[in-house]
Structures are given as C-alpha cells and as structure tokens.
Write a protein that binds this ligand. Structure first.
Ligand code: CA
Length: 226
C-alpha cells in the first residue's frame, strides 16, 4: 500500500511516516510543493496525505486541482491548521476526500486513512485472510502461522496477501509484478525469485505443510494440499 505525504513541517511528517510505516504502509515523504505536485501525478499512489499550507505560498488545494484535472482519483486526506467550518468546506469542495485539522491524533488519522482506502475499494473490510494455519490480519498488517507471529517487511506482506487471496490458483510473475511492485513490464531481474524465497523461509520453514509452491516456468501457487 503506497502512501505519499506532502508536508513541509518535518516534525509532523516524521510523526506520520513513523506511525504509518509501523503499521505496514510504504510511505514516501516530500516537503517541497513543486516536487509534491510532480511526484503525486507521475507515480501511482493508493492514498495521498496533503498539507494545506505549503512553502512558496502554495495552497495544497492547487495540487488536488491539478491531479483531478489529470483525471486522477487518488484518495486524498487534507491536513490543515485552518479549522473554521468555511475552510473545511473549501477543502472538501476542492476535491479532498477528507479533511483533518491540526493538531490531530495519530489513531484518528489512521482511522480516516483506512476508511478512505476501504471506501475506494483498495482494502477489504478489515477481515482476516487464511490458508491452513496461516492467518493475515489485514487491518493490522500482521501475519502469523500456527499462532506464531511472522516478521514480514511491508512488501513481503503485500506479496503474501496477494498469494493468499489467489490461493489454489497459479499466480504468474507478471501478475505479481503488477500487483506488488507496480511494474507493468518485466524488468528481467530475479527480484521476484529473491523475494519469494525470503517469504518462503519465513512462512514455511519449520512448519507443515508447505504452502508456497513453485510451478516451474509459470509462477507460484499457495495451497495447503500439494
Ligand atoms: Ca505547512
């Protein structure tokens, strides 16, 4: 899950980055409004957190306007110290999907981020995914096998989530590249093999039965009964 934060205040940004990374999001922070405008449009994001008042007298709303004009529907949470009702309405009318007034608490921000991702269909309703004794807690971005917590990197979690969602089916390399790496081409590297082998060590080593199977020349399959 890729999140972009456009925020010039380093303390606020760090607080957000740390908190969001801790719960498993892949977070990029940009402080400069011009760079924020560029990167928000040129890369694919699941959600953007945008400060309203940026340096050089840039109003965050102008970035939203730019994105919407390009036809981008990326969900956006607007952060701002402007607390009056009028300003809130302007923030929402400006194309923001939610509006949060500073100072805010991290749990409140997280709840809103999750609600927006859910609404935009990017995340399911927080239910668990399961295969055999392996369980993924989607809301908490945690996984465990036979009751033992698995220490997964955010990308490993995404990879595992994708494989478990497609359990019983063969998943090809290009499906994984597109869903987990956001690549729409094959980079001709062994990035997937390396990551799969790392993931297999974490989820299958010391457990039975093996769940992650390689289908030679085709891809991979999650299954409890091979
Ligand atoms: Ca600011």
């Amino acid at each position: 899950m890729k999140l972009l934060i456009i925020e010039d205040e380093a303390d606020t940004a760090r607080y957000l980055c740390n908190g969001l990374r801790e719960v498993g999001y892949d977070v990029t922070w940009v402080a400069d409004p011009a760079e924020g405008k560029r990167i928000s449009a040129s890369e694919i994001w699941d959600l953007i957190i945008l400060d309203r008042m940026l340096p050089d007298e840039v109003d965050g709303l102008s970035i939203i306007k730019h994105l919407r004009e390009l036809g981008k529907t990326t969900p956006i949470v607007v952060l701002s110290a402007l607390a009056t009702l009028d300003e809130r309405v302007k923030g929402l009318r400006g194309g923001g999907d939610d509006y949060l007034t500073k100072p805010f608490s991290f749990p409140e921000l997280l709840a809103r981020v999750e609600a927006l991702l859910r609404r935009s269909g990017i995340r399911d309703n927080g239910s668990d995914l399961k295969i055999a004794d392996l369980r993924l807690d989607l809301a908490g971005r945690r996984a465990e096998r036979a009751g033992q917590p698995l220490l997964l990197q955010p990308r490993e979690f995404r990879l595992l989530e994708y494989l478990v969602r497609h359990q019983g089916q063969v998943v090809t390399r290009s499906m994984l590249l597109e869903a987990v790496w956001d690549y729409h081409f094959d980079p001709q590297t062994n990035v997937i093999d390396v990551q799969i082998s790392r993931l297999r060590n974490k989820i299958d080593k010391g457990f039975s039965p093996a769940l992650l199977h390689t289908i030679r020349g085709v891809g991979y399959r999650m299954s409890a009964d091979d």
